[in-house]
Design a protein around this ligand. Sequence first.
Ligand SMILES: CC(=O)N[C@H]1[C@@H](OP(=O)(O)OP(=O)(O)OC[C@H]2O[C@@H](n3ccc(=O)[nH]c3=O)[C@H](O)[C@@H]2O)O[C@H](CO)[C@@H](O)[C@@H]1O[C@H](C)C(=O)N[C@@H](C)C(=O)N[C@H](CCC(=O)O)C(=O)O
Ligand SMILES: Nc1ncnc2c1ncn2[C@@H]1O[C@H](COP(=O)(O)OP(=O)(O)OP(=O)(O)O)[C@@H](O)[C@H]1O
Length: 513
Amino acid sequence: MSLSLYACMLILKEHHLLKSSAIQKDLDTKMTDITYDSRKVKNDAIFFCKGDNFRPIYLTMAKDNGAITYVAEQPYPEGKGMNAFIVTNIQKAMALLSAAYFDYPQDDLFVIAYTGTKGKTTSAYFTKGILDITTKHKTALFSTLDRIVGPKPEQQFKSDLTTPESLDLFHDMREAVDNGMTHLIMEVSSQAYLRNRVFGLTYDVGFFLNISSDHIGPNEHPDFDNYLHCKLQLLVNARKCIINAETDHFDEVYAAARTTTNPNSIYLFAAADYQTPQNVEIDFRFESKEADLGTSRFIFTPVSEKAQVLNVQGDYQLSLIGDFNESNATAAIIAAAFAGADTKETQDGLVNVRIPGRMDTLAVPGHGQVYVDYAHNYVSMKVLLRFLQHEYQDPRLIVVVGSPGDKGVSRRPGFAKVLTEYAQVALLTTDDPGFENPQSIAEQIDKDIDHNKVDVSIVLDRKTAIKQAIMMSQPGDIVVLAGKGADPYQKVRGIDTPYETDLAIAQQIADEL
Ligand SMILES: CC(=O)N[C@H]1[C@@H](OP(=O)(O)OP(=O)(O)OC[C@H]2O[C@@H](n3ccc(=O)[nH]c3=O)[C@H](O)[C@@H]2O)O[C@H](CO)[C@@H](O)[C@@H]1O[C@H](C)C(=O)N[C@@H](C)C(=O)N[C@H](CCC(=O)O)C(=O)O
Ligand SMILES: Nc1ncnc2c1ncn2[C@@H]1O[C@H](COP(=O)(O)OP(=O)(O)OP(=O)(O)O)[C@@H](O)[C@H]1O
């Protein structure tokens, strides 16, 4: 892979990003490496000076390590003797130049993108389950949990971000294409738009699943409007837009899709009995059928004329319980159908999908049923606890939960509200405290809980909290270990401190009984 100075110049000018340039060599000079990390620079690299924590010394290091060109929002004396592109927006410039450097790998992939406050990972894994059959394992996945760029085990690794930095995104797409992948399913976070990680990227099919208050705070979005605005950008950049008609702010979501997409390419889905306030026509419906505590069953029906051509009507079964997962699976069926899946592949692909940390369950002899779930804001906890309350017919709900530090501050009153509404016992504990004091986070949740309704204790050591919750539970009770999912770490003061996982701890406690 390579990129010439001339190509950089053209791309930056075309997008009105170039403020000035300093060219030391022939414009045909090619850069044969690309990075934003001085520690990774190889000879003849193009280096991006970006980020809140960028220091000019990194440019010196990059130059010493062989970078010949830098891109930045301001000129740096440290870059003397290098080619320089000074741009108005480094994140946009990096996205555009990375796409070009990696030779536009998105053009060789059918790209399915999911955004939404909740359900992205689940929908993405459901879609992968189906398309692995349809494409014979030629489907890549960029999710919060895993990045899968090929069929071999060494082509699968853990993600650090839901949506990677643009340079990494296009790099991994190129790897996927070179590994023979034909399809890509990706989760797109609101941060990805805020930070221009997906600037210039168009999706074949883009999904808007839902929106609820989250990710607002000093290191995230300034307010809800900004959060919604960023999420809507996915629809503006999708060739086909699929919207969960039951989402909050439906009017704004639908309007965003229509700004760039013909209504013929916009599809809505909803539960069988859901009526959109404006009487907009629903294209796909799903209807729950009788389920047991291990499986969900539902009927999926394309109802509009334009939806019926997809021909994936049928009865579907999931190994992942939770009525919200039927909505997520509906999205996956639509995505897979647009990618060419038929009903049989879809049924076979969905039935065995399990996602680490989503509705994992464990029966503890002599005690309650344990659920480990990644629910970590008001809405996701509410749908989870409401579902368990309904399925188990008003059991005693014992919930172990904490709220992360440095972000998502609105989750704290949200947890207090949902615990008051549904739980009988709450053990407030530690969940990625970061640079905050976990005791103080727990107290912030605790102060808004109605103590007449919920028996609350603060047990900061998460393992101890889990043990106490399980040991106090009686047969018939439900113990919910919420928020961490399958995370094998606690983020403490900038360090991912190893953590055994909620499920492993629960299993260990059960084994020791
Ligand atoms: C706020 C945010 O988006 N920050 C991301 C961003 O950081 P940044 O651009 O500010 O870069 P930085 O970490 O300040 O580092 C400065 C630069 O110096 C470079 N450097 C550093 C050291 C050195 O020796 N040499 C060197 O060149 C670094 O490579 C970097 O380019 O780029 C980094 C990658 O280069 C990301 O790791 C980082 O994500 C942070 C850690 C993060 O946690 N982000 C969260 C909020 C996030 O994006 N979450 C969403 C999900 C939430 C949602 O649903 O909205 C996600 O998509 O994951
Ligand atoms: N459609 C949905 N509506 C509400 N809650 C949901 C929905 N789907 C999943 N959840 C809840 O949210 C949790 C996280 O689900 P999932 O990982 O699929 O979402 P996500 O959008 O990827 O989340 P995040 O951005 O936090 O990583 C689940 O464990 C479940 O409790």
